[in-house]
Write a new protein. Sequence first.
Length: 132
Amino acid sequence: ATVGITHMLIGTLECTTERFDEGERSLRRAQSILEEALPSGHWRPAQARVRLGGCLAAVERYDEAELLLQAAWDVLEPQRAFRPIVWRYLIGALVDVNTALGRPERAEEYRRLLPDSVVSSGADSPPNAPGA
């Protein structure tokens, strides 16, 4: 799993520095490694999906990004109180993707799931996915 986490960190850095093709490759590799190494439902492969979805959204590949983010939602939603940073990143990406796809109401539903304060644990978020 350590190799997968390393690929995820590298891919995140590549996407952050606008090296999107390299970032996508690293993040896909991370997702693959983590899915193989960890049990189903583990949060790390979902985190890789969130990072990859964010990278794809940055290059306007919104439909692909949304599929990855929704798959990550299924794993992370029950664990949101324990993974608040990953949860916030997921929700932010879902807001961005839904806004870009012309669904402002759905984006607002997700936005309401964000804690009012950045120091919040995220445990105050409603338990159900909007628009599900």
